[in-house]
Design a protein around this ligand. Sequence first.
Ligand code: BMA
Length: 340
Amino acid sequence: MAEVRIIGEKLTNIPWQDKPEGAVGPVWRHSDNPVIQRNPAKGIARIFNSAVLPFDGRFVGVFRAETINGRPHLHLGWSDDALNWSIEEERINFVDESGKPFQPNYAYDPRLVEVEGTYYIIWCTDFYGAAIGVAKTDDFKTFVRLENPFLPFNRNGVLFPRKINGNFVMLSRPSDSGHTPFGDVFLSESPDFVYWGKHRHVMSKGGQGWWQSVKIGGGPAPIETTEGWLMFYHGVTGTCNGLVYSMGAVILDRDEPSKVKYRSANYVLTPEEWYEERGFVSNVVFPCATLHDAETGRIAIYYGAADTYVGVAYTTVQEIVDYVIATSEEVADDAEIGIM
Ligand code: BMA
């Protein structure tokens, strides 16, 4: 197939392991998973569904920390190698735009995305029910909350790492107040990070397979490649024992990302290892971040496992894009911008 490249920065010190002999599929696991175990800091029982980025010669993470009273909050963590993490015991202290404390009642499933030198945290917050909260920081010391972008109920807010056609672009998954038994991915634009509109449908749940038949949700910030925006996402199926969360991969149009170019009919990672199959919520892989290197095309994917651990998995841009193209299916009107 044609050569595919990541469009972006060189980041050669990310975690990496070559594909082992006999690996099944285009994504393979770090051999020493999970990289974050239970009880990783005082007062924190479990960390999962979390996001990381390079910052100032090290790596920084915004972690979904399930505290010992069972409520999720966001904590910072630091690492030299992006595998061994030191998690701060204090939760992130958010302030409003005038500097007054402004803590969310709960916060989960954070994404962390840099756009034009500012770091944005996007998470699921309490706004008369589950909705999307956003904050920004320049230094990982002061975190300023911004206006909530969307009405409730909504989850899985995923910001693109650059403006497209002059606007910020955010994916989201409108939902209900509970364990949402439905859901497609939509996209909205904003010129100023306050007013969001031009809402477009991006992807439907479903397809020929059953692994994404109940609902889907955006994952890590999309990666810009020469073939389009590569995005990992989660797809959910129902069983007599509850929901199963797998990871899928899709390529969106570079200039009009509400259009799906290719979408793999198969999952690219599904719960198979003990730390994915067994935990607080069994059978969950839930990707929220990647570290990637434009020079080598290597991608390290950070995912929550069984709502209990953090796992790392690897692929290369060539391997995953070739796989998505080779196994692509068209679902509903994904290839269009959708009805308005
Ligand atoms: C979703 C979210 C995720 C979680 C998943 C499986 O609705 O709450 O945080 O990983 O369920 O429990």
